[in-house]
Ligand binder design. Structure first.
Ligand code: ADP
Ligand code: MG
Length: 757
């Protein structure tokens, strides 16, 4: 029996899902799989578990004694929703509990369990039948995170297995039910996918009920969305009636800088002092040791463009105020002087600080929450009336050329923009200010975001699945399946790298098992090839060098090449001057290539990185040494990020980022060469005369010009690219390459001589 306060009872009655309680419960009871669509705020996350709980789901001795599980893509949602539902039911933990990585408050008493989808995937690895549960609610399915997609795929099978067992009376427990919840109506990838669900699951649509939200587009779209977001916040605060402001930006660094500036100027000073952040740090945020890295834990590439001082911003805004005035004409107030209560909200923020956004702002202060996507659908922040939408988000993307995953700021989808806008209409009529024009919205925003699984290197996904003990990758019922040929090639590649147990028979059937090495590799958000180099790079103090090489390979060639150099010489340069430049060029090339004595293009890059850092970086060094400044700066940044990631994954290993690199010792060079060979094991080329044992076999050559090589998987002869440091020496027998470029003939680049001694 549940007793709720009268106030709570009333507000529950107003939620759109409550009207459909009967229909929802019956559908779930009568069907193994149910899909529920309802706009953000309609009550799905908070009410569904309660509906089922009140029908004795999760109650010992009932027909469905197993726990009610609700999965979330984000940890903050799992924690805050467990708190909220516990409070609504008036029971709290451990009856309603949460479990996220490294943290949780579940107990044998738990009836409703909120968890991240990553946690449930790991539980599946140990108990494929999920015998503890009677129903799994997969929430926020519209976000299409890789974990959610994989979870739905696995659960489609688990549900069938559990139901068969139940029918055959093999298990004394209940069947398992699956509920998929989405904030958008686009659920056809789930409902119409026959591989996934043979029988189309019923869809319950919850009507939207919310207050009108007026949407204001910007007249023009500026790249400086941080400044614009800040200016708009200030203007709303000064001129518009009370109501919280929710600002959508893309990442931690941005958010912290905006919060700081707004607080400095508009924060309630005394209040801030008394509210020092608590020293206690949530366990959940300590580090990522021993676990898989969830997307939200990685914040690569978050750089803050330099912003002028706030006062200058204000002047600018005021003077060019021709801007977008809509929304300000009604009920503007004369210069509001009350303080702002500014709070950040992003995934990596410690839980106790995240939860502050749910607490009422101090008397008289205006709540301003500066958030990432976290606030887009999963969380409801009370009292928000104004939304400022930068239109951007940090998204995982993948470059098939270099195999590097990155998190880039890009435009959101129209569906996301609608979700963000809807955040202004929860408590009353609201306004949404989009910091982009309607033309940009129409022409550059996709209708829906691409599922994350299509934005990742597939060998990374396969490795991730194998690390969760999901073995039959080829027949896996993905909601949106990646290319099948790509999948089996990925398996082959992973076997070659030693990440999967290697028998030809098993991997053609998608049944190869992950190895210990593979498990460690799965922790890194870089291509498996690079992950392997990093994991094995712990030996002999080689890690900083491997990090530098992986960073350089990911960024791309930092050298200015001879062709480009020729083009840059001016016609009116005197012949002497040209000679001098050419001489300097060859001298610097020789200097870098002397590391490892012209045997590796990767050593040459390593040497350039070392020299650049030793000189303290800078444009003049790059000019003097024919390096691209931007590439060098990016390599520097990436080194710092990868070091940070390794440090937080393996706290016992000293991977603190030290920009300066001392030159590697002979032993270290040897190890690095082996690591490169291991990382590029299927990108090996052999000199043709040696491969075919033809008449030239063993002959000495002056240079690599015209010397043919054979590479695995490439039909034609391949050649060493003239830009390689190996080119002018005697052609080596065995090399690894990072790249094949086809011009008049296929050329290999990024070469390293394999040590066959
Ligand atoms: P949905 O999952 O459909 O987006 P929710 O169940 O999360 O909706 O929220 C429904 C409503 O419950 C919200 O609109 C809000 O009014 C209320 N609510 C949810 N969480 C909280 C909270 N932490 N504090 C106050 N009200 C909340
Ligand atoms: Mg929800």
């Amino acid at each position: 029996e549940v007793s709720r306060t009268e106030e709570l009872q009333t507000s529950r009655m107003l939620l759109p899902v409550t009207e459909l309680e009967q229909e929802i419960v019956e559908t779930v009871l009568l069907n193994p799989i149910t899909v529920i669509c309802g706009e953000t705020g309609s009550g799905k996350t908070t009410q569904l578990p309660q509906f089922l709980f009140e029908r004795a789901f999760g109650t010992k001795g009932s027909l469905n004694p197993g726990i009610v599980a609700i999965t979330q893509p984000r940890r903050v949602a799992a924690v805050s929703m467990a708190n909220r539902v516990g409070a609504e039911l008036g029971v709290g933990s451990p009856k309603v509990a949460y479990k996220i990585r490294y943290d949780g408050n579940t107990s044998p008493e738990t009836a409703i369990k909120f968890m991240t989808d990553g946690v449930l995937l790991r539980e599946l690895a140990n108990d494929f039948l999920l015998s503890k549960y009677s129903v799994v609610i997969v929430d926020e399915a519209h976000e299409r995170s890789v974990n959610t997609d994989i979870l739905i795929g696995v659960l489609s099978r688990v549900v069938t297995l559990r139901n068969n067992r139940w029918k055959e009376n093999l298990q004394s427990t209940s069947p398992l039910r699956l509920v998929i919840m989405s904030a958008t109506l686009r659920v056809s990838d789930f409902t119409e996918n026959k591989t996934l669900f043979q029988q189309q699951p019923p869809v319950v649509n919850v009507a939207a009920r919310q207050h009108p939200v007026t949407i204001h587009f910007a007249k023009k779209t500026s790249n400086d969305y941080l400044d614009e977001a800040m200016a708009k916040t200030i203007k709303i605060h000064k001129k518009l009636p009370p109501g919280g402001i929710l600002v959508f930006l893309t990442g931690q660094a941005e958010i912290e800088s905006v919060v700081k500036k707004l607080n400095q100027r508009f924060g309630a000073k005394d209040h801030l002092k008394s509210q020092k952040p608590k020293a206690r740090e949530s366990k959940a945020n300590s580090n990522a040791a021993n676990g898989d890295i969830e997307i939200e834990e990685v914040d690569l590439g978050d750089t803050i463009p330099p912003t002028p001082e706030l006062d200058e911003d204000l002047k600018e805004v005021d003077s060019e105020d021709s801007g977008d005035e809509s929304g300000f004409e009604e009920a503007t107030i004369d210069e509001n002087s009350s303080p702002m209560h500014v709070l950040p909200l992003y995934s990596l923020l410690p839980s106790d600080k995240q939860l502050q956004v749910f607490e009422p702002a101090p008397e008289g202060a205006r709540l301003v929450v500066v958030a990432t996507n976290v606030a887009e659908t999963s969380l409801t922040i009370p009292g928000i009336r104004y939304v400022i939408d930068s239109g951007r988000a940090k998204e995982r993307s993948y470059n098939p050329q270099n195999g590097m995953q990155s998190f880039n700021v890009s435009w959101i989808s129209k569906a996301s923009a609608a979700q963000r806008a809807g955040r202004a209409g929860r408590t009353g009529p609201g306004h949404t200010y989009r910091l982009y024009s309607s033309a940009v919205f129409e022409n550059h925003f996709e209708h829906f975001a691409k599922p994350e699984i299509l934005r990742m290197p597939i060998e990374g996904v396969v490795l991730q699945m194998k690390s969760m003990n999901l073995d039959v990758v080829n027949n896996f019922p993905f909601p949106t399946p990646p290319n099948a040929v790509g999948l089996s090639m990925a398996e082959k590649m992973l076997s070659n790298l030693g990440a999967l147990s290697n028998t030809a028979l098993t991997h053609s059937q998608g049944k190869s098992q992950i190895t210990e090495l593979g498990r460690s590799m799965s922790l890194f958000p870089v291509a498996p090839r690079f992950a392997k180099m990093l994991v094995t790079g712990f030996q002999h103090g080689c890690l900083p060098y491997i990090i530098a090489i992986v960073s350089a390979l990911s960024v791309g060639d930092p050298f200015i090449h001879e062709e480009a150099l020729k083009n840059s010489l001016n016609d009116d340069d005197s012949e002497d001057a040209r000679q001098a430049i050419r001489k300097a060029y060859f001298k610097s090339q020789q200097k870098f290539a002397s590391l490892g004595d012209h045997t590796s293009d990767l050593f040459k890059v390593l040497s350039a990185v070392g020299a650049y850092e030793y000189a303290g970086g800078g444009e003049s060094f790059c000019r003097a040494n024919f390096l691209r400044l931007k590439a060098m700066e990016e390599i520097h940044k990436l080194r710092a990020q990868i070091s940070y990631l390794i440090q937080s994954t393996y706290p016992s290993i000293n991977a603190h980022f030290v920009p300066k690199l001392s030159p590697p010792s002979e032993t270290q060079l040897k190890v690095i060469r082996q690591l490169i060979t291991a990382g590029f094991i299927e990108q090996v080329a052999v000199r043709k005369d040696l491969a075919e044992e033809n008449e030239n076999a063993g002959k000495k050559f002056q240079s690599c010009r015209g010397i043919a090589y054979k590479a695995i998987g490439i039909e034609e002869d391949v050649f060493i690219h003239p830009s390689s440091t190996l080119f002018s020496g005697e052609p080596p027998g065995y090399i690894t390459f990072t790249e094949v470029v086809s011009t008049s003939q296929p050329y290999l680049k990024g070469l390293t001589v394999i040590d066959v001694s």
